[in-house]
Design a protein around this ligand. Structure first.
Ligand code: ZN
Length: 107
């Protein structure tokens, strides 16, 4: 099989699939030896989705509104995401901007 991006050679490999940085499992994929493009069959992609859902690694993205509390701005973290991050009320965290549109929460 040939890579449709760079025409490199694609080989069969077991690839560790991660969601939100956590391993979901190892799955059969075609991997380009030149550009590293990884392709999963439709069947395998469905298995990955299913496994990710079972591990709760699914749909943690959410929209939220920026509110104002005194001089500060407040961003709500919903229950599902808070549980995943193991964030607790009263806990102190550090906010570190990665860019103009991305911020990290570090503890
Ligand atoms: Zn390639």
């Amino acid at each position: 099989m040939e890579c449709d991006e760079c025409r490199g050679k694609m080989t069969r490999e077991k690839v560790e699939f991660k969601v939100y940085g956590l391993p979901v499992g190892k799955y059969d994929a075609w991997v380009c030896q030149k550009c590293n493009q990884t392709l999963f069959s439709e069947e395998v992609a469905e298995q990955i989705d299913q496994a990710a859902k079972e591990k709760g690694l699914w749909g943690l993205e959410s929209r939220t509104k920026v509110a104002q509390t005194g001089d500060s701005l407040t961003i709500r973290v919903n229950k599902k995401l808070a549980r995943f991050l193991d964030l607790r009320k009263g806990e102190e965290v550090t906010l570190v901007p990665e860019s103009k549109s991305k911020v990290m929460i570090i503890r």
